[in-house]
Structures are given as C-alpha cells and as structure tokens.
Design a protein around this ligand. Sequence first.
Ligand code: URA
Length: 440
Amino acid sequence: MIELIKKKRDGQALNKSEYQELINGFVEGKIPDYQMAAFLMAAYFKGLNPEETANLTDTMMRSGDLIDLSEIEGIKVDKHSTGGVGDKTSLILGPLVAAAGVPVAKMSGRGLGHTGGTLDKMESIKGLSVDMTREEFITQIKKINIAICGQNARLVPADKKLYALRDVTGTVGDVSLISSSIMSKKLACGADAIVIDIKVGEGAFMKNVKDAEELAKMMIQIGKNMNRQVIAVISAMQQPLGRTVGNALEVKEAIQTLKGKGPKDLTDLCLELGSHMLVLGEVAPDFDSAKSKLEELIQSDAAFDKFKELVQAQGGDINMVENMGDLPSTKFLKDYKSPQAGYINKLDAMQIGLASVQLGAGRATKESQIDYGAGIILHKKIGDTIQKGDILATLYANEESFFEKAESFMDKAYQFSDKAPQEQPLIHKTVRYNPSKSKV
Ligand code: URA
C-alpha cells in the first residue's frame, strides 16, 4: 500500500491490478482508513487519467452484487442526477418514460443533508414500500414496465466505504472520484445506457459549467470504455427546481407535472432528460419526436396512469395520489414575507435545502426521522418582482419552534436588487460521444 500511495503522490498512473489490490484490500479491511485517506488526497492533487478512472470504476463496480437485468426485454436506460434541491425529476421521469415503452429499473437513494432522496418522497405515500427482492423487482418491471426500489446493501460496498472517507477528508470534489462513484453504482444496477443530469450552481457539487463539462466528459469516457452509451445534460441549480421542497409537497408537484400542470422549469427538464432516455432506449428515432411523444403521454394522462400503476404495485394508497389532499401535511404553516420591494436576484438552493431540514423534511444524520409533510412552497423565484411584505414562500412544520431556525436560512437564501437579473438558461449544455469524430 505504501508503494501505491507513493506512486500516486509522485503523479504516476496505477494499473488495473494495482487498483484491484487497493480497492479489494480496503473493502476487506486489510487497508486501514489512514492509508486510503493518504491515497485519496494524492489522487485529489495528482488526478487519475481516463484509463485509471475506468479501472477504478470497474473494480468498484465488482466489489459487490451485480444486478442482472437481461431477463427484461428492451434497453434499460437509467437516469442519475448529481443532486439538487427540489429535484423530483425521478418521480416524473420514471412513469413518463415507462409509459413510452422504456423499461425503468430504478434503484434510488435516501436524502441526506440539504438534498432529498427519491425513496423518502415515494414513502410519503401511505403503504408504499421500496423494499423488494430481486425477483419481485424483475417481475414488477416485466408486468408494468417500472419499479423503484432501495439500493441493495451489497451494491458497490467499495463506494459506501470510500465515500464516507472522502466526505471527512476533503476529497469529495475530484472529477475522477465523483465519476467512478456514480458510474460504478449505475453500472452495477444493470443499466444499458445512462442519462446523467449534472447540476451546476450554488446548491450543487459543481459550481461552474467548465467543471461540470469535465465531469461529463469523464463519465461519458467511462461509459465508452465499458460499452455503455452515456449522455450528460448540464442543468442549472442556482435555485431549487420547481416550487416545492419537502417529501409530500414534492410528490404533489410531481403529480401536477405528470398531469401537465407543473412548473415550467421542472417540466422542461423532465422533457429534456426524458427525450434523451427515449432515444437511447430506441423507442424514438430522434430527440424531437421523443419530446412530442412525451408531451402526448402527459396530455393523454397515460403518464399519470403509469404513476398510479406504480404506486398500486408497490402497495401505496392510490386515494392519496388521486386526491392529493390526503397526502401528509403539517399542523402549522407560516408565510415568509419579503423585507423589501424589487426583484429577486438570488435564491440559494443550498440555503433553501437547509431551511427544509430545519422544518423536519430532511435528515441531519442517517438515523434522523423524516417528517413527510414538512417543507417549503416557493411562491417567488429568481426574476420575480416583489413588493415589501409579499409572501415569498410558505413554510410547513409540525413544531412551531422550527420556524425561527428555518427563517434564518430563508434570510440567507433570498437576495434582492433594483434591476431585473440576467436570465440564466435551465439547460447549459448537452455532452455526448460523437462516433463519427471518435471523441466526446
Ligand atoms: N454522488 C455520488 O454518488 N458520488 C459522488 O462522489 C458525488 C455525488
């Protein structure tokens, strides 16, 4: 191990068998945290070349169970988001692309810190279970073309251990380490093709488009090395997506979007990501026809019907979905008002995420209990004009004492100006492999 640390410290590349020694030794407990921490820091400063990143990803992927989805007919296209606030796209995209004919075998995670997780959002529907055996998962997909379950504990154990160490050693933010972490999990889940939504902005890992592009290229290259098509969409996360943050509130907004009545940014992003998924899944010949197909599925209610089918198949209370008033709510609500007139020129997604955790919607630690009804509805977003005293947001909590703490984050989230802020694009860029040029 000392030789491997020194090799990386001196900027040399490790070969495949060295990565196997490193990762397998770490997972088996033969390599202590302090040596792996030293290696990670050397990797952070010296970087990994694309071949090393592919070898690291492959070794991590093989560190636990590999899900075999070959029994399910069709191209399994997965979607991954690098994490955002108010990002409920999986709840919408899953049923939407499943209704279009792409099999959706989704393994999702829980929320931690300022970002939420798909599983928690799903579980705000009474009775719904995300625990399934492999057989139940496959059978459900064969029957209704979609299942959403929790990630198996034996899936990429190398990432669980490595991520925990990266988190406390200041080594999360490296492009190769992020790429191998994400791609090893997606590939272990059996995806044939992957659409990655890379978030850029205050609330995201990637603070600028240039870094996001570098991450996109690395993930596409890993996919290429492993014979998987990957398309990366670089999208804005300078403010939360849509108007809701919090589990049941986000489910409501997802349902509205599936019915064609969702906010524009959320709808546009779902149509963008979904269209790429349809093309990769070979159920549409090109992006434009894929988009028209998705719009049609929303208008005809086929997408919402698929959502109801999903909820029912996983034991969820269908009345809650049909009559959204039955979804968990809170005892108290409080309006958050504007301290001044003008334009909103900043709405920091990270601060809004932290405010929602204070209200009970998120987890401060892995063991924290979630309050499904808690959260925030944003009535005003960047670019809106406001008068002093206008309601900017409504906060939902089951303890009145939570409001004060949450408000201190809300105060930091909003900034105002006299002039209208410059409009930012929702989609910055789409990055993909170009076979005719043999490059990304
Ligand atoms: N998401 C992951 O799964 N891993 C990372 O390293 C960063 C974001």
